[in-house]
Design a protein around this ligand. Structure first.
Ligand code: NAD
Length: 415
């Protein structure tokens, strides 16, 4: 990483795994000089690895990495690699996350950071002892509407928060012949909808409101077998008509009732959280409704650019107002010159890349961290334990988790 008069004009990027997220991380790094020219960040694509040789080749020939290999250790050993994106299947996160920390490389790792709380804790401990900056793929945090609701909560404009409803209804496996990708195999993924989808919901509400302290939950599996999809081929949206069937090893649906901690912004408030991967209708429906004594706010990613707000009570216009994306909300102005022009999913990843590299280069720490992910994993572990035992579970606190820090203002630091 070279520094030039306060700007960081050359950050060598390593990529581990060239699937959906690997390609998206790559495009996000590449967008930074155009979207945030004032930051002076100049990521350079250095070295990518994927065990599927055609994907490694694609990384070099199409994405533009200077080097490509089928062994991720070569990426971590490369002295030209300054930061690493870890986009491997969840079951490899612990091994690769710890190896990246041991190699002294700051890393941006996809959620849910390991199969369980122990694996997330191991990655967080390795990053802490190596002193490396981390970031986690909790992209929905960065939606301008979400950032704005966080500011409303922090400024007290919704009053005392009483309750939140939040869901991730994503029907990627609603088709019974939907492929048995690695996501359905416990050794490769850990939990099902709990880890894949509810982890996003837990991160989102903790980003908005603070720490969850108690959980009770239920899970279920609706389709118990599916046609096999070989690793490194297709996507988890694939449908296979006459394939060989194998068992689904984790949950399709999860519901949790949670309580927020006394030291959170929603002390004593209650949340109902749900996730389903087999739901018919919603496609990528992650969203929330937050209710306070002075107002409420509602948002769903399927209408990412629309925020519904009700502030105060009474009067002829009492009720929800729909606010479209505009320059007052989060990083909107970096993407669009005027209000009402839609941003998209991939833009959220550009914001995530920005927060990561600003933190890596010594600027403001608005990045999600593996400590945040560790606390999310503790909530998910408590939900899994509750669904087995039928009891409320306390969630152990993770002192280093900051849930995005306390800054309510947009990032301007360049590091
Ligand atoms: N933030 C989000 O919204 C979001 C969305 C999708 C996926 N994810 C997460 O991203 C991660 C990857 O998911 P995906 O959808 O990109 O998966 P994918 O199936 O599209 O790609 C996974 C890639 O990993 C490769 N791989 C397997 N073993 C490997 C190894 N030992 N070394 C290097 N590469 C290896 C495969 O060949 C494949 O190319 C998961 O943890 C998932 O939970 C996050």
């Amino acid at each position: 990483m070279t520094s030039n008069g306060g700007t960081h004009d050359d950050i060598g990027v390593g990529l581990i795994s060239v699937g959906w997220m690997g390609k998206l991380h790559t495009r996000s790094y590449e967008a930074l000089p155009y979207v945030y020219p004032e930051l002076g960040l100049r990521p350079r694509l250095v070295h990518a690895a994927d065990t599927a040789p055609d994907r490694a080749q694609y990384a070099r020939d199409v994405l533009g990495y200077a080097k490509a290999s089928t062994d991720y250790h070569e990426v971590l050993a490369d002295p030209d690699v300054d930061v690493v994106s870890i986009c491997a299947p969840t079951g490899l996160h612990r091994e690769i996350g710890v190896a990246a920390a041991d190699a002294g490389k700051p890393f941006w790792i996809e959620k849910p950071v390991g199969r369980d709380a122990k694996e997330a804790a191991d990655v967080a401990a390795a990053a802490q002892s190596a002193g490396v900056v981390t970031s986690v793929g909790y992209n929905y945090r960065h939606a301008p509407a979400v950032e704005h609701v966080r500011e409303l909560v922090m400024n007290g404009e919704l009053g005392r928060i009483t309750n939140v409803r939040a869901v991730f209804f994503n029907g990627y496996a609603s088709e019974p012949k939907g492929a048995l990708s690695w996501r359905f195999i416990r050794d490769l993924a850990g939990f099902g909808a709990l880890g894949d989808l509810l982890s996003h919901v837990v991160d989102l509400v903790q980003y908005l409101l603070g720490r969850i302290s108690d959980v009770t939950a239920l899970t279920s599996t609706i389709y118990t077998e599916r046609p096999i999809l070989p690793m490194g081929s297709g996507t988890h949206f694939a449908v296979i008509e006459d394939g060989e069937l194998a068992p689904v090893e984790n949950d399709d649906y999860a519901a949790a009732l949670v309580r927020f901690a006394p030291d959170s912004r929603a002390a004593g408030a209650v949340g109902t959280l749900e996730a389903s991967r087999i739901i018919v209708g919603p496609q990528c429906g992650i969203g929330f409704e937050i209710y306070g004594t002075e107002g409420s706010a509602a948002w769903n990613f399927e209408q990412m650019n629309e925020l519904r707000i009700c502030l105060g009570r009474g009067g002829p216009h009492f009720g929800y107002t729909t606010v479209l994306g505009n320059s007052h909300l989060g990083d909107y102005a970096h993407f669009q010159p005027g209000p009402g022009t839609s941003m998209g999913h991939d833009d959220l990843k550009v914001i995530e890349a920005k927060k990561f590299l600003v933190a890596v280069t010594g600027g403001e720490r608005r990045n999600s961290t593996v400590d945040d992910a560790h606390h999310v994993a503790e909530v998910i572990a408590a939900a899994a334990a509750s669904s087995e035992r039928g009891t409320w579970q306390q969630v152990p606190a993770v002192p280093a988790a900051a849930f995005g820090g306390d800054a309510a203002t947009p990032v301007t630091a360049t590091g």
